[in-house]
Write a protein that binds this ligand. Structure first.
Ligand SMILES: *[C@@H]1O[C@H](CO)[C@@H](O)[C@H](O)[C@H]1NC(C)=O
Ligand SMILES: *[C@@H]1O[C@H](CO)[C@@H](O)[C@H](O)[C@H]1NC(C)=O
Ligand SMILES: *[C@@H]1O[C@H](CO)[C@@H](O)[C@H](O)[C@H]1NC(C)=O
Ligand SMILES: *[C@@H]1O[C@H](CO)[C@@H](O)[C@H](O)[C@H]1NC(C)=O
Ligand SMILES: *[C@@H]1O[C@H](CO)[C@@H](O)[C@H](O)[C@H]1NC(C)=O
Ligand SMILES: *[C@@H]1O[C@H](CO)[C@@H](O)[C@H](O)[C@H]1NC(C)=O
Length: 455
């Protein structure tokens, strides 16, 4: 596991023993905390929902099935349909987005804020998309060391050789705060970046990444689109296609696989500190340098921010030849991580409490009576455990959206963010960054976001 991750997690878990780690060489989770989060830690509850890695989890069934894509337009003017990760039990009819960090309502959209010393904010759609077109009207953050990203992220890791790997399919739009005239596009297939040896000679190591000129991404709202179909992937800005990737060009003759994103994806929006001093030097350089916690926006508003105005998602139907046995959920059939590894079924996607897992959706009873749980286990990725308390975990200290509707985007909105340390925000956005950096030390163009990976 990446040292960066551990540094941050060490802070995040001061009050509790570190949970078991998973993925990236750490192996699978144990049976009592079977779900591997996208940050490489084992737990139950929210660990088994979004971002749960089926291969690094105890079994392929440990993660809760993924809710299928459903087209929709989402105005982000209110946070009514945004749930805190510590309150969300997997029901996509109850919330459109799940948040970690501190989103704030502002004008007719939502600010993704990053208060001083925090790891920023992530919004994840509560469903998955297996091909479709997603557009977002948004404005980036500004200043060195701040990265705004808009990406799909998969909840999948693959078994490569004999060790667990945390590789993922991923498609991104990314914005680096010190270069407001450029948007970056990226894709990964199981985190593979280097396409030089693919059958098509025009694919170079740079092929995964693209730069696209735009007018001031901080001052101007642009619509960024990722149009993902089984055979072709397109990136659009304001309705103009600026980049196209054909699946046929990603063929690896050695394996017979197309190194093309092909499994159900989450849609995430995140603002995170690529320039955090504890990140790898290559990451910091890519982010434009070490983050400036005394930036003009932090001085004025007490946080850096990106602005998300609206999101439009158009689902494409199941790909030809897909295994369709229902219409509710995407379910993993095997651990190959390919388009054939998925079936559409009617398996339930909702847990009854944050003590539940994919193999016991009702463990812990209902959220209302789940405070009978006394076990000390992690149930919300990145947060401390809530030993002996309600498994609902709402006292976990993160994402109380108080102050969120003050609407001014000024310091008045920051009450929930003040004192927001990594320990409180909890989640970590450095993992895949670190991974990327290992893949391409010192190279700037390719690093994706979110780690989350915001990921
Ligand atoms: C938000 O307000 C801006 C400026 O008034 C406007 O251009 C935009 O269309 C609005 N967006 C939505 C989703 O209402
Ligand atoms: C990509 O792979 C080729 C051939 O395996 C290798 O020579 C090259 O150094 C690699 N490039 C990067 C950026 O890893
Ligand atoms: C093609 O697959 C082989 C076997 O897994 C791998 O070693 C090689 O790096 C792949 N080629 C590229 C360009 O990723
Ligand atoms: C998976 O990809 C292969 C290779 O392109 C294609 O022939 C097949 O139809 C795809 N299956 C699904 C379910 O997408
Ligand atoms: C689910 O967990 C509860 C304990 O919370 C237990 O009583 C029940 O037997 C479990 N169900 C299964 C199918 O394991
Ligand atoms: C994108 O722009 C950055 C910064 O100007 C540069 O370092 C990088 O090499 C460019 N990437 C590509 C693929 O052109």
């Amino acid at each position: 596991m990446a040292p960066t991750l551990w540094l941050l997690l060490a802070t995040a878990t001061l009050l509790t023993a570190a949970p078991p780690s998973c993925g990236a060489g750490a192996g699978q989770c144990p049976s009592d905390t079977p779900c591997c989060s996208q940050y490489g830690q084992c737990g139950v509850g929210a660990f088994c929902l979004q971002g749960c890695d089926p291969l690094a989890s105890f079994s392929l069934q440990s993660c809760v099935p993924m809710p299928v894509c459903k087209s929709g337009s989402f105005a982000l003017a209110s946070l009514d349909r945004v749930a805190s990760i510590s309150d969300f039990l997997g029901d996509p009819t109850k919330a459109d987005f799940v948040a970690q960090g501190t989103p704030l309502s502002y004008q007719n959209g939502t600010l993704l804020t990053m208060p001083k010393n925090s790891v920023g904010t992530v919004l994840s759609w509560t469903r998955y998309m297996w091909y479709g077109k997603v557009s977002a009207a948004m404005r980036s953050s500004r200043g060195q060391g701040v990265v705004t990203s808009f990406m799909y992220r998969l909840s999948l890791s693959l078994l490569t050789s004999s060790t667990m790997s945390d590789v993922h399919d991923e498609v991104d739009w990314e914005f680096v705060g010190n270069d407001l005239q450029q948007a970056q596009s990226n894709f990964y297939w199981q985190a593979v970046l280097n396409c030089t040896s693919l059958s098509v000679s025009h694919l170079t190591p740079d092929t995964n990444s693209g730069n696209h000129s735009i007018s001031d991404s901080f001052a101007t709202t642009h619509t960024y689109t990722i149009d993902w179909s089984p055979e072709v992937l397109k990136w659009d800005i304001d309705g103009q296609t600026v980049r196209t990737l054909n699946k046929v060009d990603t063929y690896n003759a050695t394996t017979g696989n197309f190194q093309y994103p092909q499994t159900p994806s989450r849609i995430q929006f995140s603002l995170w500190p690529g320039g955090l001093a504890s990140n790898a030097p290559g990451t910091i350089k890519w982010a434009g340098g070490e983050i400036d916690w005394n930036s003009q926006d932090i001085q004025k508003y007490s946080y850096d921010f990106a602005f998300l105005e609206s999101v439009n998602i158009e689902c494409y139907g199941p790909p030809p030849g897909a295994t369709v046995q229902g219409q509710t959920s995407y379910v993993w059939l095997d651990n190959k991580g390919l388009n054939t590894s998925i079936a559409i079924k009617d398996d339930k996607t909702i847990i009854s409490s944050l003590a539940a897992t994919g193999t016991n959706l009702t463990a812990g009873g209902t959220a209302a009576n789940s405070n009978i749980q006394t076990q000390t286990v992690q149930n919300v990725p990145g947060q401390g455990s809530v030993a002996g308390s309600s498994a609902q975990g709402s006292q976990g200290g993160t994402s109380s959206f108080s102050g969120s509707s003050s609407g001014s985007g000024s310091a008045s909105g920051s009450s929930s963010a003040s004192g927001s340390t990594e320990a409180q925000n909890g989640f970590n956005q450095g993992k895949s960054l670190a991974t990327r950096t290992v893949l391409h030390p010192g190279v700037l163009f390719f690093i994706a976001s979110i780690t989350f990976i915001l990921n």
